[in-house]
Design a protein around this ligand. Structure first.
Ligand code: GH3
Ligand code: MG
Ligand code: MG
Length: 299
């Protein structure tokens, strides 16, 4: 969700230091604070700050260890960390940077330096976030691309293995799309792909369902916690969603409108299950759906 202000987590065991930084930052940013490592790690994971200002010398967990743990956790790894500390020897600064911190500010802090460095790092984070978003999106349709799908698949796959759930993988392919392009032109073909991507997205109802553009005219989807019966229901819904667009296709022998064929494969995976095999089965099922007359799902 969009925030009014960027959020900064200030971690320091000294209430005075926290107060100084809070006064300095609170006009421009939303400041949250932690007085020890345990609270800092919990807040970093739950509040998703855009930047962390981290003291080094603290009783219990010190700043180095906090930084190390932040970088080891996939949920907090990308949050930039600036060390703010009185330990300003070269060796200590180098150690902090080696742990993945992006910058280093010496105490007692100079207000304009703090503000400038915070501003710079937040700007860099904005740019990184934008690049990451762009890299995950298919430029034509605006849905996830294959790269993003494979990343999401890793995560969802671990989850279904852990929860011992069935999972369905499907491939959806436009029927006679070459003829569509030839009849209506490539730009109309691109529009068709965009409409289909939207319709398929809308037809998938669970937040855990994944959909991506797999290659030119193929979409790939993952349906966690879905067995063959569920896959058939979702598949019919996807087929209907495309038919309901009623995009004219005068050169199809299936119907006078654009249709798709779907191949699905399902299994109840364990840690040893071969995902490539599931892709192959879905591909075989797609081929069977095409052979059997298109505009249908095969599992
Ligand atoms: P089938 O029903 O067996 O799937 O036949 P088909 O014509 O859809 O399959 P084929 O693999 O022969 O052709 C796929 C076509 O998809 C060829 C290509 O022109 C078109 N295509 C692939 N990517 C794009 C794209 O990004 N934009 C457009 N407009 N067309 C694309
Ligand atoms: Mg301290
Ligand atoms: Mg096709």
């Amino acid at each position: 969700m969009a925030r009014d202000k960027e959020r900064i987590l200030v971690v320091d065991d000294s209430p005075t230091n926290i107060a100084i930084l809070n006064v300095l930052l609170r006009d421009a940013y939303q400041v949250i604070t932690a007085g020890n490592g345990t609270d800092a790690l919990a807040l970093a994971a739950s509040e998703e700050p855009d930047l962390i200002l981290l003291d080094i010398m603290m009783p219990g967990m010190d700043g180095y260890e906090i930084c190390d743990r932040l970088k080891a956790n996939p949920f907090t790894r990308e949050i930039p960390v600036i060390f703010v500390t009185a330990m300003d020897q070269e060796r200590q600064e180098a150690k902090g940077l080696a742990l993945g911190a992006v910058d280093y500010i010496a105490k007692p802090v100079s207000p304009p330096i703090v503000l400038a460095r915070v501003r710079n790092q937040l700007e860099l984070k904005r740019q990184r976030d934008m690049l990451r978003r762009l890299a995950a999106v298919d430029g034509l349709t605006g849905i996830a691309n294959r790269r993003a799908f494979e990343e999401d698949l890793d995560r969802e796959w671990r989850r279904v293995v852990r929860l011992k759930q069935p999972v369905t993988l499907f491939l959806a392919d436009i029927d006679h799309f070459r003829a569509y392009n030839e009849a209506y032109g490539h730009l109309a073909g691109d529009d068709c792909l965009r409409h289909l991507a939207q319709a398929l997205t809308k037809a998938l109802m669970r937040p855990s369902d994944l959909l991506a553009r797999y290659s030119g005219e193929q979409f790939v989807g993952l349906l966690p916690d879905t067995d063959a019966t569920g896959a058939a229901i979702v598949g019919e819904r996807l087929l209907a969603a495309v038919r309901n667009l009623a995009l004219p296709h005068s050169h199809s022998d299936v119907a006078p409108i654009v249709t798709i064929s779907i191949g699905a494969a399902q299994c109840r995976p364990n840690a040893q299950t071969d995902r490539a095999q599931l892709f192959k089965l879905a591909g075989d099922a797609l081929y069977a759906a095409k052979k059997a007359g298109r505009n249908q799902i095969r599992i």
